[in-house]
Design a binder for this molecule. Structure first.
Ligand SMILES: NC(=O)N[C@@H](CC(=O)O)C(=O)O
Ligand SMILES: [Zn+2]
Ligand SMILES: [Zn+2]
Length: 425
């Protein structure tokens, strides 16, 4: 038994926002939450002066396992998650081979379970081989532990394939995550099409590359009644469409990344390839629309799109460098700025990293909530602790962060997964 003593508990699921104790049983579940809890022989973890949040949940990471383990693997990805305060992450299927079978799904689930630092819940592909042509073996992947489907990294171009996939996946209650990118509009682009693409001469990807497919998938969700989740929304136009769809009762949800909330395309004038990702950093107006969308609930959750790449993939000229940035270790302190700037209450912010993603995952009966009976997945945070992010900061195998050099405040000091300490400073 353990008692997390005197931490300031922020638990959005129960609207708890006060100092209390958490008693954890030998199974790793919460026995009781309350004031001055006592239990003979329990280990006491002093959290006074610290905050306690449910373990963070990330609906969008790339762990490169199997196939590109030099960039990341399930173990180092789990280490990065634990360091960032995440106890559940959902890994995308664009591995080598892609996860379009129960074999790959089982491999990931078993490796993550054996390591035991966090839940790693795999996405399977929407289409066989991620080729966009045929529906993948969804039923067998669900049975093996997949939580949803996505061809993330690639758009599903054929609208009929997407329509059938939505209908089929909805029978399992699985998430269908749309990497919305028209393959032709802005093809070959590397940065947002606008002032800075002209200035730098880099080929642009316009905002409509995203919003055209967001519009299509909203129509598919409306027509089929099957829910669609939008990955890494970056453009103001997409957000306007999602807002309108939600007002009409169409079943859509959406995520936004820390980098699209806090960076804009002016960063690319440095030609630093750690600012290259897909979708690209967009204009300041788009960035502000992302913040607005998060504040008004159009964008439901924050997800990192943690996309590790080796130095050799990034130390290239801008046109040839890989798309993607890591995010697990920096997400919490970066988005805490919204609280520090008084744009969002701490509880409302933490809800977007815990309770809301648990609901989208349909796992809210067991995670994302620190109540009696739930898993003791939690993070203890020192809101005053600060650091300047450097390459040494990362537990991830890759160092491709756009936040290197930035000073952040509010860091995890300990992470508990199923009652076990998996990270501490
Ligand atoms: N976001 C990225 O720039 N890259 C991702 C793919 C993706 O999320 O679309 C990757 O797998 O590297
Ligand atoms: Zn994507
Ligand atoms: Zn991704």
């Amino acid at each position: 038994m353990k008692i997390i003593r005197n931490g300031w508990l922020v638990n959005p699921a129960t609207a708890t926002d006060e100092v209390c104790d958490i008693l954890i049983n030998g199974e790793g579940r919460i026995q009781e939450v309350g004031k001055n809890l006592q239990h003979e022989g329990a280990d006491i973890i002093d959290a006074s002066g610290r905050h306690v949040f449910p373990g963070l949940i990330d609906l969008h990471v790339h762990f490169r396992d199997p196939g590109q383990e030099w960039k990341e693997d399930v173990h180092t990805g789990s280490d990065a998650a634990a360091k960032g305060g995440f106890t559940t992450v959902c890994c995308m299927a664009n591995t080598t081979p892609v996860n379009d079978s129960k074999t790959v799904t089982e491999y990931i689930v078993n490796k993550a379970r054996a390591y035991g630092k966090c839940n790693v819940l795999p996405f399977g592909t929407i289409t066989g081989g991620m080729k966009g042509e045929t529906i993948s073996a969804m039923a067998e992947m669900i049975e093996a532990g997949a939580i949803g489907f996505s061809d993330d990294g690639r758009n599903v171009n054929n609208s009929e394939v997407m329509r059938i996939a939505l209908e089929y996946a909805s029978m399992f209650g699985a998430i269908m995550a749309s990497h919305s990118e028209d393959p032709h509009v802005g093809h070959g682009g590397v940065v947002h099409e606008g002032r800075y693409s002209s200035q730098t001469g880099l080929k642009g990807i316009p905002d409509i590359t995203e919003s055209l497919i967001v519009a299509r998938d909203i129509e598919l969700a409306r027509y089929t009644g099957a829910p669609v989740h939008f990955c890494h929304v970056s453009a103001g136009r997409s957000i306007a469409l999602i807002r309108q769809a939600k007002a009409q009762g169409i079943p859509v949800t959406a995520e936004v990344t820390p980098h699209h909330l806090f960076l804009n395309d002016s960063a690319i004038t440095t030609f630093d390839t750690n600012f290259k990702m897909n979708p690209p950093l967009r204009s300041e107006e788009d960035r502000q629309a992302c913040v607005e969308g998060l504040l008004d609930g159009t964008l439901d959750i924050i997800a990192t799109d943690h996309a590790p790449h080796a130095i050799t993939d990034k130390e290239k000229d801008f046109d040839h460098a890989a798309f993607g940035v890591i995010g697990l270790e920096t997400a919490l302190p970066i988005v805490l700025r919204l609280y520090q700037q008084q744009k969002l209450s701490l509880s409302a912010l933490i809800e977007r990293l815990t309770w809301k993603p648990a609901q989208i995952l349909r796992r809210d009966h067991e995670i994302g909530d620190l109540s009696a009976g739930k898993w003791a997945d939690l993070v203890i945070v020192d809101l005053e602790r600060s650091t300047t992010i450097s390459t040494e900061y990362f537990a991830s195998k890759s160092k491709n962060s756009p936040f290197i050099g930035q000073t952040v405040k509010g860091l995890p000091v300990a992470t508990y997964f199923r009652g076990n300490c998996v990270y501490s400073v």
